[in-house]
Design a protein around this ligand. Sequence first.
Ligand SMILES: [Zn+2]
Length: 299
Amino acid sequence: MLFIFVDGVGLAPTSQNNPLATAEMPALRRLLGGPLTSEMETARPGLLLKGIDARLGVDGLPQSASGQTALLTGVNGAEVMGRHMTALPGPTLRAVIEKESLFLKLTKRGLSPTFANAYNHGYLEKLAAGTARASATTLTVSAADVRLRLLDDLDRGAAVTWDIERDLFAERAGVAVPPIGAAEAGAHLAAIARRHDLTLFETFLTDVAGHRRWGMTAEEALRRVDGLLAGVLDGRSDEVTVLLTSDHGNVEEASSRAHTSNPVPLLVIGPLAGAFADLESILEVTPRLVELLAPEVPT
Ligand SMILES: [Zn+2]
């Protein structure tokens, strides 16, 4: 199972205001027969696209810390906090993730999940020193003592950077890493996924684009995501199911820089696609993954 988490992508109708409808995205269009918009919802053998709720029954716009907690634990982070929490998890949500992490649930049942994202040493040192706050994904992985991938993994094609093509990663981390194409990064991701029960990958480029930070445009972020997906689908072995989803909407509404209340896409490609067809909320993703990948042996 390959779990691609794209931050800040909602599923909305086709319109001139929706970059998912207007961007080229050839791999997704080939797969779905059209753009990643709500009109393309489908449930057929090997392919599922449906919108799932990210509002979590709490007023206000969905946010990253509470949404990612929901997605990566199955615990309603917004309900725990009484509101949607922005940015990185604070102490309460951190404790929830440390106890209920998807990775912890899988390793407890004897499976080997991995996080494909590459880390640089400088960031890990800041985390250790407490001068940087860990992301929900980092907490999810470290809760289960699963090894984080480093720059030497990246060198040998055994990791993928959050920006997919490595240039922004290199620039922001201040490390010398040559850029690669998005499809090549996707091929690396597919290769990692072949060797693990569950492979998680995170990109937040789409959320950055939705907020219009760093000069990132929706078109550029979506071009990279689509290129990654092209490489993944080319390199995917038949038994690997690819699941792509998000924590909240953002990039699908070009007229606003804020998050949206739209449902998020649940796109599942491969043999387990049908097993996700009844999901209604991001809260149900982790429980369903655990149920499917590591069913409890009846006693
Ligand atoms: Zn955001």
